[in-house]
Design a protein around this ligand. Structure first.
Ligand code: NAD
Ligand code: ZN
Length: 229
């Protein structure tokens, strides 16, 4: 059986990382859906960087939970018949031990320079200078994540679509199904004949599509999934 899994912010919620849409998502009364945009960065890069450094500090202290670890187990069991597609930027899947994955929305621990095109890993959680500057040329750098309205990395997206089209089971975990094109993937899988399972304590836009909804938080829901497979 070929299994593809799509994860969103909800799988990291029990690790203490706030989602954008649930309670605790707001920062200084600002809406993440407005901060995570190219326009916000153009207007006020220092403010957006301050928010990203704050998110990095939270993520640095967080540990992978039973949801992330359960998916590692599944990968080890299924090998080449397993693939993970994540919308998360926190890197917790990799820290848990997942290897067969793509990050559709980039990674919060990477930056790219808007002047010289340098891109490198950056694990700082504070900066003497806001916005921080490129270590190569001193130019303006930005987090290497995909903001609302920006295109996704083509190769990652292509891999994700390929798995959606060629799997027997497509599992959506902790995603609201409101962020496109990621939210399109379960529809593609269903159309191609896969069974769709949702793990989410709340009903989402994807619920009507799902053959089975496990109404549990990810830590418990993934354990149930493991028993089923
Ligand atoms: P989202 O659209 O994926 O929605 C979060 C979903 O998680 C909701 O449906 C909610 O019901 C569900 N959820 C909450 N707690 C859960 C739990 N314990 N177990 C399972 N599901 C749970 O995510 P968003 O927050 O609206 O973010 C939109 C975009 O920003 C996505 O790309 C998202 O991945 C990204 N983001 C990433 C992180 C991260 O990397 N940890 C955090 C926030 C946002
Ligand atoms: Zn540079």
């Amino acid at each position: 059986m070929r299994v593809a899994v799509l994860t969103g912010a909800g799988i990291s919620a029990e690790s203490g990382i706030p989602t954008f849409r649930d309670e605790g998502g707001l920062w200084k009364n600002l809406d993440p859906k407005v901060l995570a945009t190219p326009t916000a960065f153009e207007r006020n890069p220092a403010l957006v960087w301050e928010w990203y450094l704050q998110r990095r500090s939270i993520i640095a202290k967080a540990k992978p939970n039973a949801g992330h670890l359960g998916l590692v187990e599944l990968e080890q069991e299924l090998g080449e018949n397993f693939f993970l597609i994540t919308q998360n930027v926190d890197g917790l899947h990799q820290r848990a031990g997942s290897r067969r994955l793509v990050e559709l929305h980039g990674n919060i621990w990477k930056v790219k320079c808007l002047s010289c095109d340098a891109s490198y890993e950056d694990y700082s959680t504070e900066s003497a200078q806001l916005p921080p500057r490129c270590r190569e040329c001193g130019g303006l750098i930005r987090p290497a994540v995909v903001w609302f309205g920006e295109p996704l990395p083509a190769d990652a997206l292509e891999t994700a679509y390929r798995w959606a089209q060629n799997c027997d089971l497509f599992v959506c975990i902790g995603t609201s199904g409101e962020v496109y094109p990621a939210a399109h993937l379960p529809y593609v899988a269903k159309e191609a004949g896969a069974q769709v399972v949702e793990i989410n304590p709340k009903e989402t836009k994807l619920s009507p599509l799902a053959d089975l909804c496990i109404r549990e938080p990810a830590t418990k829901g993934v354990q149930e999934l493991l028993k089923m497979i």
